[in-house]
Design a protein around this ligand. Structure first.
Ligand code: PA5
Length: 452
C-alpha cells in the first residue's frame, strides 16, 4: 500500500475496541458507495474512473498537451473550485511551488490560473504576463455558467481572438459538460477542442478527468503514472474492512475524533509543494461534509513554516484540533549541508547531514510536542499517513485515497457528499445586488438589509 496509517500518536484518544465498534458503520458506508444506494448516487463516476476512464479522450488529452507545449510559452487555465484546485495541487506538488520560474529550464510552458476569484488586481496581474508572448487558454467549467470563470473567459477569449484571429480556435480548449451550458454552446459554435466532464463526476472529484489531466500534462507530468497510482488505490481499497483498507481506517479515525469533540482536522505536510494539495483537500472535505450542521472543519498547514504562526495555537490553544500529517519518507531531491570552518552560526552539529534529516527531526519533535507522548502538555491527536515519496504514482494514489475516504466519511455523517447547496446563497445575493435581470425584488430587499 502506498499510504500507510500510523496510529501511534493517537494513544489515549482512540482505542482498538472503538475501532472495532465503528467498523460496521464504515462497512455500511462502503457498501452504500459500491452498490450505488447512498445519497448522491448519480455522482459516483469517480469511483471506478482510474480503471474505466475513457481511453480515447485520455489520448486526446496527451495530443492537446503536446500541441500546447509546442506552440505556447504560457498557458492560462480558467476555473474555480473543483475546476482548478486539483490541477494546481498536482502541478505544484510535483513541479514545485516555484514551477513557473523554473518552467523554461525544464522545457515546460509557464502555467497560471485565473477565473478563480473576482479580484481585479489579480486579473490585471495575469494579463500583464501575456504581453508579447504566445499563449493558450484552457477554460474549465462543468456547468459552463460559473460567474468567476465565465467573466475571465470573456476577457481572455477577446484577447486570443484579437491576437490570433482565425487561429484563436487552435489556442482555446474547453473542458465542460458534454451537452449543457453556455460554454459548451460557445465552444461548439467557435470550433474549440472540447473535453468532457462526465455527468456522474462532480467538480471536486474531477482531478483525474481532463479537468486536472490536461493542465497537468501540459506541465510535463506523467499522467499515466498518476492514473496507475489511482488504479492501485482503487484495488487496495476495494474491501470494506479496516485492517486491509487504509482509506476506510482513516475515515473511521476521523469520525471517532469528531465524536470526541475534535471538530477541526488540520492537514499537515512538511513539504512546501504540498500547499495546494492542502487547498484541494479542504475544498473536497469542506464541500462534501459541511452540511446539515455537521462535519469536520478542514484546515491545513505547512510545517515547519506554520509552526511559527499556528504552532502556538495547536500546542496550547482550544482543544478542538486534530492533525493529519502526510509524511513523505523519502525524497529524490535532497540537500547536503556542508561544514563551515568558522561555525559562527553554531550549526556545525548539522554538517554532513542531509536537509531531509533535519526536516524529519522537526516532524518527530513536533509530534512529541503536540501529542501527550512528549509530556510537554500537547493534547492534539495525530494521524500519520506515511507515503514513500512525492511522485506521480504516489500522488495519484493519495488523490484517490482522499476522495474515497471523503465519500465514506460523508455517508457515515449521514450527508450527501456530492452536492453543495450552500454555495448557491452568495451567488443569488451577488446576482441580485448586481442587478441581474430577474432578481429585481431580491435586489431591493437585500439593499434594504444592507441599509442602502
Ligand atoms: O466541487 C464542485 O462541484 C464545485 O467546487 C465546482 O467545481 C465549482 O463550483 C465550479 O463549478 P463549474 O465547474 O460548474 O464552473
Amino acid at each position: 500500500m502506498a499510504v500507510k496509517i500510523n496510529t501511534a500518536f493517537l494513544d489515549g484518544y482512540v482505542r482498538e475496541d472503538e475501532l472495532k465498534t465503528i467498523a460496521p458503520q464504515v462497512a455500511l458506508a462502503h457498501d452504500a458507495l459500491h452498490s450505488g444506494t447512498g445519497a448522491g448516487n448519480d455522482f459516483l463516476g469517480w469511483l471506478n474512473l482510474p480503471r474505466d476512464y475513457y481511453k480515447a479522450e485520455f489520448a486526446r488529452i496527451k495530443t492537446a498537451a503536446a500541441k500546447i507545449r509546442s506552440n505556447s510559452e504560457l498557458v492560462i487555465v480558467l476555473g474555480i473550485g473543483g475546476s482548478y484546485l486539483g490541477a494546481r495541487a498536482v502541478i505544484e506538488a510535483l513541479n514545485g511551488t516555484l514551477y513557473n520560474s523554473t518552467a523554461k529550464k525544464r522545457g515546460n510552458p509557464e502555467l497560471y490560473f485565473a477565473g478563480s476569484s473576482l479580484s481585479p488586481s489579480y486579473m490585471n496581474e495575469v494579463l500583464s504576463l501575456i504581453d508579447g508572448r504566445d499563449y493558450s487558454v484552457i477554460v474549465v467549467s462543468k456547468s459552463g455558467t460559473t460567474t468567476e470563470t465565465a467573466l475571465a473567459f470573456r476577457v481572455f477569449k477577446k484577447l486570443v481572438e484579437d491576437k490570433y484571429g482565425d487561429a484563436a480556435k487552435e489556442r482555446i480548449f474547453a473542458i465542460t459538460d458534454k451537452a449543457r451550458g453556455t460554454l459548451k454552446a460557445l465552444a461548439d459554435k467557435q470550433g474549440y477542442e472540447t473535453f468532457v466532464i462526465a455527468d456522474d463526476v462532480g467538480g471536486r472529484y474531477s482531478v483525474l478527468t481532463a479537468v486536472g489531466l490536461l493542465p497537468i500534462a501540459v506541465c510535463g507530468i506523467d499522467i499515466d503514472a498518476l492514473m496507475k497510482g489511482a488504479a492501485q488505490a482503487m484495488t487496495d481499497f476495494a474491501q470494506p474492512d479496516l485492517e486491509s483498507n487504509a482509506c476506510n481506517k482513516y475515515a473511521a479515525l476521523r469520525s471517532l475524533l469528531l465524536r470526541k469533540g475534535f471538530a477541526v482536522e488540520m492537514l499537515i505536510s512538511y513539504e512546501n509543494s504540498f500547499m495546494m494539495m492542502n487547498e484541494w483537500f479542504k475544498q473536497l472535505y469542506g464541500e462534501s461534509e459541511g452540511k446539515d450542521g455537521k462535519g469536520l472543519f478542514p484546515a491545513s498547514a505547512i510545517f515547519s513554516t506554520d509552526l511559527h504562526s499556528l504552532g502556538q495555537f495547536v500546542q496550547d490553544g482550544s482543544n478542538i484540533i486534530f492533525e493529519t500529517v502526510v509524511w513523505f519518507k523519502n525524497t529524490d531531491c535532497d540537500f547536503f549541508l556542508e561544514n563551515d570552518a568558522d561555525n559562527a552560526d553554531g550549526l556545525n552539529f548539522l554538517s554532513g547531514q542531509n536537509m531531509s534529516v533535519v526536516n524529519e527531526k522537526a516532524f518527530l519533535g513536533t509530534l512529541l510536542a503536540h501529542t501527550p507522548k512528549g509530556g510537554d502538555g500537547g493534547k492534539t491527536p495525530n494521524i500519520i499517513l506515511e507515503v514513500d515519496k512525492l511522485a506521480e504514482f504516489e500522488l495519484g494514489y493519495l488523490l484517490y485515497f482522499f476522495e474515497k475516504a471523503c465519500a465514506i466519511s460523508g455517508y457515515m455523517l449521514g450527508v450527501n457528499p456530492f452536492d453543495q447547496p450552500g454555495v448557491e446563497s452568495y451567488k443569488k445575493n451577488m446576482f441580485a445586488l448586481l442587478g441581474k435581470p430577474g432578481f429585481e425584488v431580491q435586489k431591493a430587499e437585500l439593499e434594504a438589509k444592507l441599509g442602502g
